[in-house]
Structures are given as C-alpha cells and as structure tokens.
Design a protein around this ligand. Structure first.
Ligand code: MN
Length: 253
C-alpha cells in the first residue's frame, strides 16, 4: 500500500515537473569563416519568452540533424546569407548575392526534419525566405535593383528601430498577436519573397507591396527582425516569441 502511494506521488511529481519544463528552442546557426554563429538577439528573445535557447551547428549529416530535431521542441530559422538561387530555378543575378552552400543544405534538412515532427517553426529573414523556397516560391535576389520602390529595406544601422511600416492582414496570426493593423518594423534585407510558395498566406506587407510576413501550417514567418526589438527590451513583438514558446511547450513522449 505504502509503496503504491510513493509511486503515485512520484508519478505526480514527475508529471508536474514535465509540465513545467521550459521548451527547448533550437536556433539554426551560420558558419562564417569556420565559426558556429548566431546573434545573441535570438537567444535573448527566446529566453525572455520563457524558452531554453540552443544554437544548432551547421551540418549536412542528415542522421545528426534528425537527432537535433529529436532534442528540440521548436525551431527558429535565423537570418543570414542568401539562399542559392538554383533552389528556385534561377542563376545568380549579380555580385550582391552571397551564399554559403553548406548552410543551405543544413537548413533545408533541419526544416524538413522539424516539419515531419510537427514542431512549430519561427522563420526570420533568411529563414522566412528559406521556407518560401521550400514550398516552391521564389525570391527577389537583389531588391534595390529588381524592385522599383521608395521604401528603404536595407538599413543595417538601426537594428531595433522602426524603419518602415508594415500592414497586417486581418485574420492572420500576426494580426491577432500584435492587435494592431500596422506597425513599424526594422528592415535589413536585400532579398524578399517574389512568388509566394504553395499553401502559404501573406500576413504582412510593406507600403510598396513587399511581402514582410506569411504563415502556413505550424509556420510563422517574418521578413523583419522581431528578435532585435525583444532583445533590446522593446516588447512590441514579444507576443510572437511567447506564442511560439507556448506552442513548443508540450512534453516530449
Ligand atoms: Mn523591409
């Protein structure tokens, strides 16, 4: 009797501990000049939202990638280099396009492994573009020379300042989370979505029509950098991360 009571108590304690376990959020890293690297704005934003951030190294070892996908409860595809245009059937447009081929291989493997497990995916900048390409979409390779606009999308100098407005699509998760019809975002991208991938829905556009966010099943994608605001203590975009961490908050079997 006593033993049964102890076992029951232990099971209850473990269940509570499991429920309270903070979700592990894998953040895809880059590999410039032999380093594994990701800006700490991503890790700061995840920890502010209650998740445990871990940085995933770049690897083309598909078995290892599967193991990483088993470790994490949610995936953030981080920003960075351009995706090789061959992935969407184009040749390199000009000298502004800079790619790290093995990062493309690694990120596509990670995304596929995460989708197969139905892990929530938050894709930012390059990550957003990668999701679009994975679903059959294409990109403007060099927005300033391929898209006639007066909106400046490439302003590296103010990472956590609003550089241009985006208009949120009613009915989108982004609109629901932020609770406003338009919001100022930062903008340091020289590429953007051209043709939207299959099954994806636009959630935000700049005044010039540029797609600045889209969503899909388990996919939340933005062209701007909410992590830079959250990391700097500006809570405007914190709901993006808290909602993502909440979705990832489920006990692993
Ligand atoms: Mn922009």
């Amino acid at each position: 009797m006593k033993r049964i009571a102890i076992i029951a108590l232990m099971t209850a304690v473990m269940a509570v501990a499991c429920q309270n376990r903070r979700p592990v959020i894998g953040i895809s890293g880059s590999c410039p000049q032999g380093w594994v690297s990701v800006r700490d704005e991503y890790t700061n934003a995840v920890s502010r939202a209650g998740g445990i951030p871990i940085v995933l190294p770049v690897t083309a070892d598909s078995i290892l990638v599967e193991e990483y996908a088993n470790l994490i409860d949610g995936l953030i595809l981080s920003g960075g280099e351009d995706i090789q245009p061959a992935y969407y059937g184009e040749k390199i447009f000009n000298e502004t396009v800079e790619c790290i081929p093995r990062r493309d291989t690694a990120d596509f493997l990670l995304l596929r492994a995460s989708l197969r497990r139905k892990l929530p995916v938050l894709a930012i900048c390059r990550g957003e573009q990668l999701v679009n390409v994975m679903f059959g979409g294409s990109l403007y390779q060099d927005l300033p020379s391929q898209y006639d606009t007066i909106v400046h999308h490439h302003q590296e100098n103010a990472r956590n300042g609003a550089q241009h407005i985006v208009y949120l699509e009613p009915g989108s998760r982004l609109h629901e989370l932020l609770g406003v019809d338009s919001v100022g975002v930062n903008s340091f991208h020289h590429q953007a979505v051209k043709k939207l991938g299959e099954g994806l829905k636009v959630s935000a556009r700049a005044a010039d029509g540029t797609i600045e966010g889209f969503e899909g099943d388990g996919l939340f994608c933005v062209q701007f950098h909410p992590e830079a605001f959250v990391s700097a203590g500006d809570d405007t975009f914190l709901p993006i991360f808290t909602d993502f961490v909440k979705q990832a908050s489920r006990c692993r079997q």
